[in-house]
Design a protein around this ligand. Structure first.
Ligand code: ZN
Length: 211
């Protein structure tokens, strides 16, 4: 199965709103398979369509497959959510250090509700409602944000954003320079100078979960 190019900050498509999906087709099922394969290859726990250049409301999530700090991981079991929406979220929130496959090398604290109730359509076209908490709830929120053009850095405190400003400016600068040189820009195939995938230690070694 082909790996899909993961778009890097600040590619404009990361700021677009994805369109609702009206019908679950074989093309969509193939896209979901490729998205899952791409997520695993990038050592991610979630991936949204915007990140691979498609503006359709589909995300894949698997928070258990990658071991963190030596924790035993479970077999791959990707969950595909089509047209996901959050129906309710908890008053209680908590803070956690997040990463994003589209913003390599950057991590920072983000507050989010601990629990969510959500609705989605599966790959057979059936609609479900379910609940999630902890990392799974956080990941689903992160990915739905992507479908709405929202990035995790938008949800950080001003202090946290200020701390990361230099790193974000560097990624933006590298992107512009590489584009000007005609290089193909994505997580897997940036130029040797800015090989994001190799430069990102979290991509190679687990660490902070990224979606
Ligand atoms: Zn992300």
């Amino acid at each position: 199965m082909p790996l899909l190019p993961i778009r890097i900050y600040d590619d404009p498509i990361l700021r677009e709103t994805a369109r609702p999906i009206e019908q679950v087709t074989d093309r969509l099922r193939a896209l979901a398979r490729d998205m899952a394969e791409t997520m695993y290859e990038a050592r991610g726990i979630g991936l949204a369509a915007n990140q691979i250049g498609e503006l359709e409301r589909i995300i894949v999530v698997d928070v258990d497959w990658a071991s963190r700090n030596g924790r035993r991981a479970l077999p791959r079991n990707p969950l595909t959510l089509i047209n996901p929406e959050i129906l309710d979220d908890s008053v209680e929130d908590d803070v956690y250090s997040e990463g994003c496959l589209s913003i390599p090398g950057v991590e920072g604290d983000v507050w989010r509700p601990v629990r969510i109730r959500y609705r989605y359509t599966d790959l057979d076209g059936r609609t479900h409602e379910d609940e999630a908490e902890g990392l799974r709830a956080r990941c689903i929120q992160h990915e739905i944000d992507h479908l709405n053009g929202v990035l995790f850095i938008d949800r950080m405190t001003p202090e946290e954003r200020a701390r990361l400003a230099g790193a974000l400016a560097q990624i933006r600068y590298d992107l512009v320079v590489d584009q000007a040189a005609g290089a193909r820009i994505d997580l897997f195939s940036a130029t040797a100078r800015t090989c994001y995938f190799r430069l990102n230690p979290y991509a190679a070694r687990g660490g902070v979960p990224k979606g």
